[in-house]
Design a protein around this ligand. Structure first.
Ligand code: NAD
Length: 304
């Protein structure tokens, strides 16, 4: 049955139905696909059933009955176990099944799983996202997609349902590379902007004046002009609601650690990335867990 101009209704298996995976699976159901889910959480499975999906009793059962398998799991170890472990996707999926991993994981794991999938004749893309829980619910995520052109073309109709911007970044692992490089820029720039506001306070320079100048001068960047870490200049930024996330500091820390893993294994020099990971680690461990990542300004102020 066709559900769009060029797309047939598919049997999709979705593993990892948490804050992101749950609404992403719901959008695939709304678009007309049959979605069978697996998760360790009963609550997540019930939510899938309420959205019109079915539950599988195991990863093996899900894999055997699906044409397309999407995973949205916490970290690389979970992804490797689900695909490569005993009773996992690669041992049970039909040859030619399309595999889409949207978890944010380390580049090495993403490449290892894609290579094992290729050995089994299954096209795979790493397709991490940005856009958060709101983007997952609204179907407006950005997908950064690593894999062959054929795998990208096969995955795109499904990603189009869950997202708005779908970018083919290159071969396997480059989706994860794009995600962690971008977020390393963001972490470093948020610290830089926050340090400037803390210094301005010490020097008696009004925060609004600094914003007015730097947002149109050479210091301008997204962390300043779209996500200002002090209250006032941008009413919509988390600073104006006591730094409720938004994008939680521990998620930023996860991505900065992944960037450091990748820097070490590839031999790239990222001294500021390392410093940003250390600062976010100290912030999270000193009460920053659950706080928006722009709340690092409070940590810097406190240690001044
Ligand atoms: P989450 O913890 O809400 O969901 C993860 C789900 O995976 C849970 O429901 C958990 O029960 C399930 N799970 C864990 N191990 C499993 C296993 N072995 N078998 C089956 N299910 C298992 O996390 P989330 O916020 O949905 O994030 C998922 C991924 O998306 C992460 O890699 C995260 O970094 C990334 N991400 C999250 C956001 C965000 O704003 N939450 C934004 C961008 C990217």
């Amino acid at each position: 049955m066709f559900i769009g101009r060029n797309i047939m209704a598919s049997a999709i298996g979705f593993i990892g139905l948490g804050n992101m995976g749950g609404p992403m699976a719901a959008n695939l159901i709304k678009a007309g696909h049959t979605v069978t889910g697996f998760d360790l959480s009963e609550e997540a499975l019930k939510a899938l059933e309420e959205a019109g999906g079915k539950r599988a009793a195991s990863v093996a059962e899900l894999a055997a009955g699906s044409d397309v398998i999407v995973t949205m799991l916490p970290a690389g170890a979970h992804v490797r176990k689900i695909y490569e472990g005993e009773g996992g996707v690669l041992d049970n999926a039909k040859p030619g099944s399309l595999l889409i991993d949207s978890s944010t994981i380390d580049v090495d794991s993403a490449r290892a799983v894609a290579s094992a999938a290729a050995d089994k004749g299954m096209p795979m893309v790493d397709a991490p996202v940005s856009g958060g829980v709101g983007g997952a619910a609204a179907g407006t995520l950005t997908f950064m997609v690593g894999g062959s052109s054929e795998a990208f073309d096969a995955a795109k109709p499904y990603l189009d349902i869950m997202g708005k911007t779908i970018v083919h970044t290159g071969d396997a692992g480059t989706g994860q590379a794009a995600k962690i490089c971008n977020n390393m820029i963001l972490g470093i720039s948020m610290i830089g902007v926050s340090e400037a506001f803390v210094l301005a306070e010490r020097l008696g320079l009004d925060a609004q004046k600094l914003f007015d100048i730097s947002s149109t001068a050479s210091g301008q960047c997204w962390a300043l002009t779209s996500y200002c870490p002090v209250p006032g200049p941008l009413p919509a930024s988390p600073a104006n609601r006591d730094y409720q996330p938004g994008f939680a500091a521990e998620m930023m820390l996860k991505d900065l650690k992944l960037a450091q893993d990748a820097a070490h294994s590839s031999g790239a020099a990222t001294p500021l990335g390392a410093q940003a990971a250390a600062l976010y680690s100290m912030f999270v461990n000193s009460g920053g867990e659950g706080v928006d990542f722009s709340g690092i300004v409070k940590y810097l102020r406190g240690t001044s």
